[in-house]
Design a protein around this ligand. Structure first.
Ligand code: DUT
Ligand code: MG
Length: 144
């Protein structure tokens, strides 16, 4: 059985997260307010919804590639993290990296939310980590 994402609308004009196509990974998130983003400016935009995620999951707030490509508008803290226990309004930090002002219109789809499973690990200190071939190499060590 498919898990359920419970959504509470806290504004009469709020729109439920929705997939553009069946099978899409992302549920589009809608702005509840109009806001102008000047070049270089960021803003916290409300969606008018609160959610209760399925147990053992998080929601990742990701940018929409169309807004990024056409307007250089993206999610500043991408991917944003919505914790399972969070019951506040889902909000999106958008930033305008473009040279033109960008108007976030009310009911505009401004980001997308992907629900993903979380591995809840115990944190355990040790001086003896398992050995690997990569060991401490990183940050471009394998070449181009
Ligand atoms: O894009 C985002 C990111 C976060 N949140 C909400 C849900 C999340 O559960 C909570 C806290 O987010 P996060 O852990 O990223 O922020 P923090 O700076 O660590 O705040 P806190 O101390 O509240 O955890 O804020 C959003 O609505 N949108
Ligand atoms: Mg946190």
């Amino acid at each position: 059985m498919q898990p359920t994402l419970h959504v509470k609308r806290i504004h009469e004009d709020a729109i439920l997260p929705e997939r553009a196509h069946e099978g899409d990974a992302g549920l589009d998130l809608y702005a509840i307010e109009r806001k102008e983003l000047k070049p270089g400016e960021s803003a916290l935009i409300g969606t008018g919804i609160q959610i209760a995620l399925p147990e053992g999951t998080e929601a990742q707030v990701r940018p929409r590639s169309g807004l990024a490509l056409k307007h250089s508008v993206t999610v500043l803290n991408s991917p944003g993290t919505i914790d399972e226990g969070y019951r506040g309004e889902v909000k999106i930090i958008l930033i305008n990296h473009g040279k033109e002002p960008f108007i976030v219109e009310k009911e505009m789809r401004i980001a997308q939310m992907v629900i993903a499973p979380i591995l809840f690990v115990n944190v355990s200190e040790t001086n003896d980590l398992s050995e690997t071939i990569r060991a401490e190499k990183g940050f471009g060590s394998s070449g181009k």
